[in-house]
Design a protein. Structure first.
Length: 31
């Protein structure tokens, strides 16, 4: 299975940085 490098950040800090197999990223309307 392939992976993707993911950086999840907020306005003040880095929340996660690493490899992921699957990413769910809903938009502002929840879809």
């Amino acid at each position: 299975m392939s992976t993707i490098h993911v950086d999840v950040v907020s306005a003040t800090e880095s929340l996660y940085s690493g490899e992921a197999n699957c990413v769910f990223a809903p938009g502002s309307t929840g879809e």
